[in-house]
Design a protein around this ligand. Structure first.
Ligand SMILES: Cc1cc2nc3c(=O)[nH]c(=O)nc-3n(C[C@H](O)[C@H](O)[C@H](O)COP(=O)(O)OP(=O)(O)OC[C@H]3O[C@@H](n4cnc5c(N)ncnc54)[C@H](O)[C@@H]3O)c2cc1C
Length: 333
């Protein structure tokens, strides 16, 4: 492949740094100009950020997307439950989106990590790890969340493959299989109610003493779902495909999949540095228009919603794009 190629689409010509890797590595492409001042900077260029960029780019706003290339679903082989892309590889969905968004010459994409942000008289300033400085009138954070892997050997290797966070995303693929729930208390109870619809071969692993109430325990046992309180030492797997739970007493339990929702934190701390409030759950506090608690700062996707799905990220990103544009038109008119 040559170093430079021109992609012509609908009369628009974009100069793309065509690097010697296939299209599946498109996320590594860095589309930059000398331009440093933008109407809007979107930090995070995955599903939510790209969706927001499309709405803004089509509204003729100059937009810079800064993305560090670490979406939360990067280890999952296939993404489900998003119409038109059901079963597609997560990076392919993002690459298709990038191609469509970067068709608009109003939108630029920069592979980098945003490290700090500051409010200025006319907007905001952002600095990146590589030392770039950009300014914008509005900020959109589409930075997602970072899942914190528990200290169980094999867990992180199975994450997104057979350790599953959400039945709507991956439950169908392991329906009727021997499945575990790695959770305790209310969370375990809620998961049991939900997952029972996908499989009756269900066992709860509380990984230590159960904190389920007596009423919850009785209901769970009415549905013949065993509760195992033994502490877990390891998830034994082959290339992320779970084989066995190994307990600290060396006993084992065969399983095909296990549901778990690890703790998470904001992937990017800049909104908090700028004064944006968090909810009790640790999400960015937004109103129904995706506005954070600080004027001209918006948030969309996983960082501001407990409904973690590609569809929700795209939907909230799309709303954000329209609301940011509307905010600007009101200020300008
Ligand atoms: C293992 C797993 C499997 C999943 N499977 C499915 C599925 O099958 N179907 C489904 O609908 N949903 C699935 N989801 C949920 C879905 O992946 C998320 O809801 C979606 O990725 C959220 O999109 P987002 O754009 O908000 O955040 P992300 O996709 O997480 O992207 C955030 C982006 O922001 C960038 N970023 C963060 N901080 C900075 C910074 N300071 N500077 C620059 N860039 C930054 C990151 O590098 C990343 O590219 C899954 C999630 C997980 C964890």
């Amino acid at each position: 492949m040559t170093r430079r190629e021109i992609i012509k689409q609908g009369g628009l010509a974009l100069t793309v740094l065509a690097l010697p890797f296939p299209l599946t590595s498109f996320s590594k492409i860095n589309l930059m100009t000398d331009h440093k001042n933008f109407d809007v900077i979107i930090i995070g260029g995955s599903y939510a950020g790209l969706s927001s960029a499309m709405a803004l780019g089509r509204a003729l706003r100059s937009v810079l997307i800064i993305d560090s290339g670490l979406p939360c679903n990067r280890q999952t082989p296939h993404s489900y439950n998003f119409i038109t892309q059901d079963g597609e590889k997560p990076n392919i969905i993002a690459e298709k989106a990038q191609l469509q968004v970067l068709k608009y010459d109003t939108v630029k994409f920069h592979n980098d990590l945003a490290v700090s942000g500051k409010k200025t008289e006319n907007g905001f300033i952002i600095s990146t790890k590589t030392g770039e400085i950009f300014t914008a009138k509005q900020f959109v954070f589409a930075t997602g969340v970072k899942d914190i892997m528990p200290d169980i050997k094999g867990f992180s290797e199975c994450w997104g493959i057979t350790v599953i966070h959400c039945p709507y995303c991956h439950g169908y693929e392991v329906k009727s299989e021997k499945t575990g729930i790695l959770a305790n208390g209310n969370f375990a109870f809620h998961y049991a109610q939900l997952i029972r619809n996908w499989t009756k071969e269900l066992t709860i692993f509380t990984n230590g003493k159960s904190t389920l109430t007596q009423e919850q325990t009785d209901k769970i046992s009415k549905h013949s779902i065993p509760i195992i309180e033994k502490e877990i030492a390891q998830l034994k797997h082959e290339n992320g495909y779970l084989k066995q739970v190994v307990f600290k007493d060396n006993s084992t339990f065969d399983l095909k999949a296990i549901y778990s929702r690890p703790d998470f934190e904001q992937h990017c701390k800049i909104p908090e540095m700028l004064g944006c409030e968090l909810t009790e759950q640790g999400l960015l506090k937004v109103d129904m228009f995706q506005k954070t608690t600080i004027a001209n700062i918006f948030a969309c996707g996983d960082n501001a919603s407990p409904m973690r799905s590609v569809a929700n990220a795209v939907a909230t990103g799309n709303v954000t794009g329209a609301v940011v544009n509307n905010t600007m038109t009101e200020e300008e008119f």
